[in-house]
Design a protein around this ligand. Structure first.
Ligand SMILES: [Zn+2]
Length: 252
């Protein structure tokens, strides 16, 4: 099983993280989503394999992502392994200061962002499609981290994960118009339509929230260009598969 990782988070001894990759050797190409209509038993089989990466003490939080801007704080570890919170918890960002709690985000083009503060041990995981990005979800998550856990944004490290790149994300003018004020976020495509760079949008929002640019790493991978490694809703014209970005604090 292949996992993608971030250098900037990999340097932190108190943090364990991974981004899953597509695999032809696993059920459903190692999709991890329970809400997209695939056989739940096979998805659970994949989730159990992923659980081995984080160890027996870990418990997983997986919210139903609704393209909103709700930030949910996980304040207690309810049980080990995978919890069935998918149905009742609607949120697009998760934060916690608990160790052994794995925050997870499912994507297939949208931007996954993982956050970690080495000082307080607080972590966050964000799902930012164009709607969440237009609502400034990553910025709101940084604010919640500092309000709730006393995180200084200047200490935060952020990984902007594999997502559809500005090379492939053609959008309509109504979407592009939401981001034109952000330098370099929208470019003209070869077909004359605007191309949106959502990773850049989130980079700028993180900077605005006080995270130093030197503490932000951007994945070079475009999900639409690299369909053999990741799922791409756009490039596959709608797909059931989702890959997962996960982060856990080992000690708090
Ligand atoms: Zn691309």
């Amino acid at each position: 099983m292949e996992y993608e990782g971030s250098r900037i988070l990999g340097e932190l001894p108190g943090v364990k993280h991974c981004i899953t990759e597509r695999s032809t050797e696993e059920p459903l190409a190692f999709s991890l989503a329970l809400h997209t209509g695939e056989d739940p038993e096979r998805v659970r089989e994949n989730r159990r394999k992923l659980a081995d990466f984080f160890g027996p003490e870990a418990s997983f939080i997986s919210a139903l992502q609704v393209h909103g801007d709700r930030v949910y704080a996980v304040e207690r570890q309810r049980s080990l392994g995978w919890k069935s919170v998918d149905e009742d918890l609607k949120a697009d960002a998760l934060i916690t200061c608990l160790s052994n709690v794995v925050l997870t985000i499912l994507t297939a083009d949208c931007v996954p962002i993982l956050l970690a503060d080495p000082l307080t041990g607080a972590i966050g995981a964000v799902h930012a499609g164009w709607q969440g990005s237009a609502l400034g979800i990553v910025k709101k998550t940084v604010i919640r981290l500092s309000e709730r856990y006393g995180v200084d944004p200047g200490n935060l490290r952020a990984f902007i994960g594999p997502a559809i790149g500005g090379c492939c994300y053609e959008v309509g003018e109504e979407v592009a118009g939401r981001f034109r004020h952000l330098k370099g976020a929208v470019k003209a495509g070869s077909r004359g339509r605007p191309m949106l760079d959502l990773k850049r949008v989130n980079l700028l929002q993180l900077s605005e929230a006080g995270v130093p640019e030197s503490s932000i790493e951007i994945s070079p991978h475009c999900t639409a260009c690299e369909r053999e490694r990741f799922f791409s809703y756009r490039a596959e014209e709608g797909c059931h598969g989702r890959f997962m970005s996960c982060i856990m604090s080992v000690e708090c």
